[in-house]
Design a protein. Structure first.
Length: 411
């Protein structure tokens, strides 16, 4: 469909994407893996993930790092940093940002405390020989170091900072990127969901909270991640990172950039609650606010990409919110059933999954959705289906009562 920007109003569009996950690296391979229903779940093996434990998760295969980076540049970079540079390079090239002034490009990194495994390994390695701790640790332990790494390598000179919103961080970063462009701080803003690199400490913490599975499928890793299924018993972690490029449609049109979709509505709100339990009121609030800003009745939404973690209370609350907002008619699948829960990166990675499904005219399967907890919803179960969508809604939620919602429309 051809697109002519309305020069008299702000229309945020997405012009570039980059993604890595346990099922694939790069948007083309990721789209194929989604439609095939691939997964990478197993007992995790990365150093620092286990301590007399057998936590389940989906870990990245070896990254294919951009050729522009030399071994010397990459030598002391964490897994999170390497993933960030990889997705940023893909999104940068996809949006053709080389001709944009560096001062007019911003970067918002979604996530906080996202290099815990690296820190734990440093503590263990240097506890008895502290004087030999590498000097770069004084930089690397701070989340802002990832901003420095990315801006240095890509010559970004606009505002750059991290934004922590627990598992809603990635989508909150997209919303902040939209606001940065709307306020004319920058012409282009990149939202990057950082890879949350968990150690066995965070894994144990999530298990102790009852948030992470799985006792039921401890010996069947491929069956453990099952959002919205009656046998769900918690989320299963997945390494992932994603980046999306946001700009105003008029600016994108002026430089003949390819546009994936228009962001027509967005909302973020808190429940005023420190605890991990979800809030029906908070989720309903952001859905309704995003729809109102988009100027859409619920019936106009023809696909929902949910938060969908596999949590007993979380899944039930989310479905109640969708029903209360009149969205039970829309097809729904759960990207986490394939990728695992990317935590700080989840919102961006799943948004990209939605955009790629919109582009392909297909919806990916939901693995292990054998017995939905509620049969009244329009589920996409264990096979991909042909489906042409125009308007999607994406929910992303986080501990501490953080709720976010986006409405997107195909161009």
């Amino acid at each position: 469909m051809s697109f002519t920007a309305n020069l008299n109003r702000f229309e945020p569009v997405i012009t570039g994407v980059g993604v890595v996950s346990a099922i694939a690296q790069g948007k083309k391979a990721f789209a194929s893996a989604l439609m095939e229903g691939r997964h990478g779940f197993d007992v995790m093996k990365r150093p620092g993930r286990q301590k007399q434990t057998a936590f389940l998760g989906a870990e990245l295969p070896p990254l294919r790092l951009p050729e522009r980076f030399t071994p010397r540049q990459l030598r002391n970079l964490s897994l999170t940093s390497q993933a960030a540079l990889t997705v940023l390079q893909e999104a940068w090239d996809d949006a053709r940002l080389g001709g944009v002034e560096p001062e007019r490009i911003g970067l918002i990194i979604g996530g906080s405390n996202f290099q815990q495994r690296e820190q734990l390994l440093a503590y263990e390695a240097y506890a008895e020989r502290l004087a030999f701790l590498r000097p770069t640790y004084g930089l690397a332990y701070m989340d802002s170091d990832l901003c420095g790494i990315c801006t240095e390598h890509f010559g970004i000179h606009g505002p750059a900072f991290t934004l922590g919103g627990a598992s809603a961080s990635g989508q909150a970063a997209v919303i902040q990127a939209v606001e940065a462009v709307r306020s004319k701080q920058v012409d282009v803003c990149i939202a990057l969901g950082a890879l949350a690199d968990l150690s066995y400490m965070e894994c144990q913490g999530f298990r102790s909270l009852g948030a992470m599975g799985s006792d039921r499928f401890a010996d069947e890793p491929d069956a453990a991640c099952r959002p919205f299924d009656r046998l769900h018993d918690g989320f299963i972690y997945g390494e992932a990172s994603g980046a999306v490029v946001v700009e105003d449609a008029a600016f994108a049109a002026s430089r003949q950039a390819r546009m994936y979709a228009t962001i027509t509505g967005w909302a973020i709100a808190s429940d005023g609650n420190r605890n991990p339990n979800p809030s029906l009121e908070g989720e309903v609030q952001v859905i309704r606010r995003a729809l109102k800003q988009a100027g859409l009745p619920p019936a106009a939404i023809d696909y929902v990409n949910p938060h969908g973690t596999g949590s007993l209370l979380g899944d039930a609350t989310e479905l109640n919110a969708l029903r209360e907002c009149g969205l039970a008619h829309a097809p729904i699948n759960a990207t986490k059933s394939l990728t695992g829960h990317g935590l700080s990166a989840a919102g961006t990675v799943e948004l990209i999954a939605g955009l790629l499904q919109m582009e392909a005219g297909m919806l990916h399967p939901t693995r292990n959705l054998c017995e939905p907890v509620d049969d009244s919803f329009n589920w996409v179960q264990e096979r991909a289906i042909q489906y042409s969508m125009t308007r999607m809604l994406k929910l992303s939620l986080g501990f501490g009562g953080i709720n976010t919602s986006l409405c997107l429309q195909k161009i």
